[in-house]
Design a protein around this ligand. Structure first.
Ligand code: C5P
Length: 233
């Protein structure tokens, strides 16, 4: 993916909460700087599609991060439903295999066609950033699955980028596990600073607790925004 020149298109806020009011407060705090709102299992389990509409109204693209991993037919049918919600990105686990990722792609296409909207980009999670080690063999195997199945991009740890860039030139590379020096790791094991991740080839940075656990989320967002802006110039 050619790096977007609009820095906000490269920043996703992870809205990891089960309280939609809290999610909206965070979203308002980063509005204009972060263009993508990532809704994960926690918020979606609490509110379902109702969690998405107010975020869309605020102008966010939605990254629905449900990390699907099931038998292909279940994934296909779920992807078809998800696609009709008008989200911009959705995730599956690459570990689900070629047939499962292909099923997700066809479900997304079917759903989007029936709703007459564009299909979400399908992202494959390679190896979670909370896993301490990612072997090159495991990474390559997951990437082969995503390429063969026709995914649009992947989610990987920033520290894995250097090993995968040459394998996936056309993929959107979405990267969580972003920490400044002052941020605590939380449960993330393989992290990088935003500058390092961008230099290593990240297209979209996913940032959660460094903003949502900050006493001043807007100020924290401004810092990330200016780092991405400087890199995009
Ligand atoms: O709070 P933090 O910045 O660690 O948030 C990272 C977000 O990225 C979480 O919502 C997590 O589910 C997600 N994620 C991840 N590692 C992956 C894929 C997604 O941490 N490989």
């Amino acid at each position: 993916m050619a790096a977007e020149s609009d820095p906000s298109a490269r920043l996703a806020i992870a809205l990891d909460t089960d309280d939609v009011d809290e999610a909206m407060q965070w979203a308002r705090a980063v509005k204009g700087m972060f263009g993508i709102a990532k809704v994960g299992l926690q918020l979606f389990s609490a509110y379902g599609p109702d969690a998405l509409e107010p975020l869309m109204r605020l102008g966010f693209k939605i990254f629905l991060d449900l990390k699907l991993h099931d038998i292909p037919v279940t994934v296909e049918k779920s992807a078809k439903v998800i696609s009709k919600l008008g989200v911009a990105y959705m995730t599956v686990h690459a570990a689900g295999g070629v047939d499962m990722v292909k099923a997700a792609a066809s479900g997304l296409n079917e759903g989007a066609a029936s709703a007459n909207i564009s299909s979400p980009q399908l992202l494959g999670v390679t190896i979670l950033t909370s896993v301490p080690m990612a072997s090159s063999a495991d990474l390559s195997a997951r990437i082969s699955i995503l390429i063969e199945a026709g995914a649009d991009g992947l989610v990987c740890a920033p520290t894995d980028l250097i090993r995968i860039n040459s394998l996936v030139p056309g993929f959107v590379k979405v990267v969580p596990g972003i920490r400044r020096l002052e941020d605590s790791l939380g449960d993330q094991a393989r992290v990088s600073s935003p500058d390092e991740a961008l230099a290593a080839g990240a297209d979209i940075l996913v940032i959660g607790r460094p903003i949502t656990a900050s006493p001043d989320p807007r100020r924290a967002a401004e810092e990330f925004f200016s780092i991405v802006k400087n890199r995009s110039n």
